[in-house]
Design a binder for this molecule. Structure first.
Ligand code: ARG
Length: 449
């Protein structure tokens, strides 16, 4: 087919390759959302007299078919078409004639790609939110199951004080719960309609930008047409940043699990279906999945920086540089979803060896608790510290593995309370249900004749 801006001059082959880049592949993810946004735009064009009712009906029918094809992986983007926006317009024109030739009235590919990215992004963020809530749920249940399993707590990777496996699991639930409001904030940032900003400066038509926003169930219109363009890259950076907070937490959890499941510690064990073997050492089972989660989090930090570096030093307005934010954004968010699912499978399959947990505890980990026993009897802290320091092993009693039970203030291992995770999950589910309904309502518009 042809590029939308083609005037007949030949285009240098390497320039074509560089400018088209990975769009024919990456835009496949955006085609359905682009079709959805195009349908809303067409409704608005009909309202202001650019399209007839007949043209609108034909366009909506074809756009719905395009979205279906895209979902079924039956939509193709020919590199000669440059990108998904062009492939859609060319198909509309080929099948519908003038209606297709009119669809680009009042818009630019600049606001078109913004709309598709935001519509896709809000669904991706919602998916990550839901996967994260599920993992929090599993971590909290595991924490309850293992609340009595004493084990060493570490700092500097050296034994510090006795804690429980439940307290350690709950700490990870806690961190992930902290990430949910960031995802919600990023979601709200994306949830504004860019359409009608065109190339950044509006058009000489009475566009009804609010109607388009309503049809797409965006929260509002992002008004200043230049600010809309300047938000490309920034939205992606914020959204991937929120997802990155999750990925970083998963990286730390993976790092803990690699260590805690080592041959030497063996506090937990990964079931065989979650481990991989060695091509040379027949006895080995390796935690590759955890290592890849840890490395993927590291790579995502790079992809986040990639987006930030591309957009942040640009002058105002659209620049083709911004096209390169698409891969790290789309692939990054998809990957965070995968990391969450893989981690959930690991937590669900985790086998706990309570005996090894307890046996690993060195008696001296109760030294601080012995010190506090003296403090509770009225001894000044520093005097008690010195007394215990003389002979830490002698100062601790025989109840070493249970030393954590004496620490019962809020948040301590002896007072594990997972109820805040349950209420956090409930709140998360309410947010997801409401937003899922909003998104379904937007898609329902596409099928409304
Ligand atoms: N593929 C382009 C992108 O992702 C679409 C927008 C093209 N706009 C332009 N003015 N050349 O940025």
């Amino acid at each position: 087919m042809t590029r939308l801006w083609d005037r007949g001059e030949p285009l240098d082959a390497v320039v074509a390759r560089l400018t088209v880049g990975r769009d024919p592949e990456l835009d496949l993810r955006l085609v359905a959302h682009d079709a959805l946004a195009s349908a809303a735009h067409a409704v608005m064009l009909t309202k202001i007299g650019v399209l007839s009712e007949g043209e609108l009906a034909a366009l909506k029918r074809e756009l719905a078919a395009i979205a279906r094809d895209a979902r079924a992986a039956e939509f193709e983007i020919d590199p000669a078409d440059e990108d998904g926006h062009t492939a859609i317009e060319n198909r509309l024109t080929e099948r519908l004639g003038d209606a297709g030739r009119k669809i680009h009235t009042g818009r630019s590919r600049n606001d078109q790609v913004l709309a598709a990215v935001r519509l896709w992004g809000r669904e991706a963020l919602l998916g990550i939110h839901a996967e994260a809530a599920t993992l929090i749920e599993r971590l909290a249940s595991a924490a309850d199951r293992h609340r009595e399993v004493g084990m060493p707590g570490y700092s500097h990777t050296r034994q510090a004080m006795a804690t429980t496996l439940g307290h350690w699991l709950a700490a990870h639930a806690d961190s992930l719960l902290d990430d949910l409001p960031w995802l919600e904030r990023a979601y709200a940032h994306l949830n504004r309609s860019p359409l009608g900003s065109a190339s950044g400066f509006g058009v000489a038509l009475e566009l009804d930008r609010h109607l388009v926003a309503e049809l797409l169930r965006f929260d509002s219109v992002q008004l200043n047409t230049l600010a809309v363009q300047n938000d490309r890259g920034k939205s992606e950076w914020l959204a991937l940043g929120a997802a990155l907070a999750v990925a970083n937490d998963l990286g730390r959890l993976a790092s803990d699990l690699i260590w805690l499941s080592s041959d030497e510690l063996g506090f937990v064990r990964l079931p065989d279906q979650l481990t991989t073997g060695s091509s040379i050492m027949p006895q080995k089972r390796n935690p590759d999945v955890l290592e890849l989660i840890r490395a993927a989090a590291a790579a995502l930090r790079g992809r986040h920086a990639e987006i930030g570096n591309i957009y942040s030093a640009l002058a105002s307005g659209y620049h083709r540089d911004l096209q390169l934010t698409k891969a790290p954004f789309l692939e990054g968010l998809v990957q965070v979803g995968d990391l969450l699912q893989a981690t959930t499978a690991v937590i669900d399959g985790l086998e706990v060896d309570a005996q090894r947990c307890r046996q690993a505890l060195q008696p001296a980990t109760a030294a601080t608790d012995a010190l506090y026993e003296r403090v509770s009897r009225g001894e000044p802290f520093r005097a008690a510290y010195r007394a215990v320091a003389q002979d830490p092993d002698g100062a601790v009693g025989s109840a070493t593995p249970d030393a954590w039970t004496a620490r019962t203030h809020a948040g301590a291992p002896g007072a594990l309370d997972t109820s805040s995770y349950r209420s956090g999950i409930e709140r998360a589910r309410a947010f997801e249900d409401a937003e899922r309904q909003r998104i379904d309502a937007a898609w329902a518009e596409l099928d409304r004749a």
